[in-house]
Design a protein around this ligand. Structure first.
Ligand SMILES: [Zn+2]
Length: 385
């Protein structure tokens, strides 16, 4: 076939379709070149203002156009007179290095561990760390989607890690690759609950310490499970209680008695395979600090949900998702991250929200506090993160 015959139809496309085609051809020919941010403007803007143009500061819809800055349309909120654009309060808001961010998203898709990134991008390891958690916080803020149909659920455990902390109040510090001082599942094991449905929906979150109770399960899964769901789990009684609480049809598989499947379709093999993939993916990080475990779970969930796609496509979607919801993480969230797990404590006296710049500054100070020279050698870097 001659390329001219294909090109003849080009004129029949409208402008948007032409652009789509151009992007598709470019990413097919040069899969490794990141698209310039400018090419994503339309998608980023649509993702951010999917419902309406809303002020990221006060969520008011009463806004007006306010000229352009660096060819980006700006808006002015009539409520508090604050100005914003479609990237305000996103991880890449106000960036001076759009290309670097694009390449950073590539590192995220590849799941690079922290010490590899400075070599690749020429940024400081602490910058790499904060960029990572900016992105992951934004992804995490989107939450999970409702599950439907047959839902498989099971828990897995990660040894509690106080990586980066100098003083551990409640136990002796473990050396690298250390073991729990208790046999089996204890409060030193952090429980991660995973639920999958047949449409590719995934919920994967920290449920607490040790074996989960029905309440723990409900706290994680309750909001994502509708009454029409059929639940498949192992024979742990907490699931039975949870299923009763929610009034679900429940199939319990008892592997110890050799019952791995019921009626041919009810099993927990997909969720167990997910656990195995999650564990082997996490190995590259040499143990993740428990305070960041939730972020890593959302990272892996993203990769799993988009694993059929090419790397370029994954990077594009990750970027768009990370900028979709304006997220202002209050500084106490970062500070709370330095406290021992559980970190979901609320601080009623801290109400003010800070912008990312303030948090970054606070975050840097925290790193400096946790000692400058710790950043000097590669092994020590591992210790912090
Ligand atoms: Zn406003």
């Amino acid at each position: 076939m001659d390329w001219r015959t294909v090109f003849q139809d080009f004129e029949n496309l409208d402008h948007e379709q032409k652009l789509e085609l151009f992007r598709a051809i470019r990413s097919a020919l040069f899969p490794d070149t990141p698209q310039p941010l400018a090419a994503l403007v339309g998608e980023l803007r649509e993702a951010r203002f999917a419902q309406a143009i809303t002020c990221p500061h006060c969520h008011s819809r009463s806004v007006k156009c306010n000229g352009k800055y660096r060819s980006r349309q700006r808006y002015l909120c009539r409520g508090f007179g604050k100005s914003f654009n479609y990237l305000t309060a996103s991880p890449i808001a106000g960036t001076h290095y759009p290309e670097l961010w694009q390449r950073y998203f590539e590192c995220m898709v590849e799941g690079l561990s922290l010490p590899k990134i400075p070599k690749k991008l020429g940024i400081h390891v602490s910058t790499a760390f904060y960029w990572r958690h900016k992105i992951l916080n934004a992804i995490r803020a989107l939450g999970s989607d409702m599950l439907s149909g047959i839902v498989e659920s099971d828990e897995t455990f990660f040894l509690e890690s106080m990586k980066g902390k100098k003083h551990i109040p409640h136990r002796q510090a473990r050396r690298r690759g250390g073991k729990s001082q208790y046999k089996g599942i204890s409060h030193e094991q952090i429980c991660v609950l995973v639920a999958l449905d047949c449409n590719g929906g995934i919920v994967s979150q920290v449920a607490g310490r040790g074996r989960p109770t029905a309440i723990d399960i409900n706290n994680v899964l309750g909001q994502y499970i509708s009454p029409t769901v059929t639940l498949c789990t192992d024979s742990v009684t907490s699931y039975k209680k949870f299923a009763q609480m929610k009034g679900l049809v429940h199939y319990r598989l008892n592997a110890n008695k050799g019952i791995r499947t019921k009626k041919g379709i009810y099993h927990i093999q997909h969720v167990n395979a997910y656990h195995r993939r999650l564990k082997s993916w996490m190995e590259r990080f040499n143990g993740v600090a428990t305070r960041y475990l939730g972020n890593y779970l959302f990272w892996f969930r993203f990769l799993e949900m988009h694993k059929g796609m090419g790397k370029a496509q994954q990077r594009r979607i990750l970027l768009i998702q990370a900028c979709r919801k304006p997220i202002k993480t209050p500084v106490h969230v970062l500070k709370a991250a330095l406290r021992p797990f559980p970190f979901s404590v609320s601080y009623p006296n801290i109400k003010r929200c800070y912008t990312w710049k303030t948090i970054e500054r606070a975050g840097m100070n925290m790193l400096l506090l946790s000692s400058d020279e710790m950043l000097t050698s590669r092994t020590k870097i591992h210790k912090i993160y």
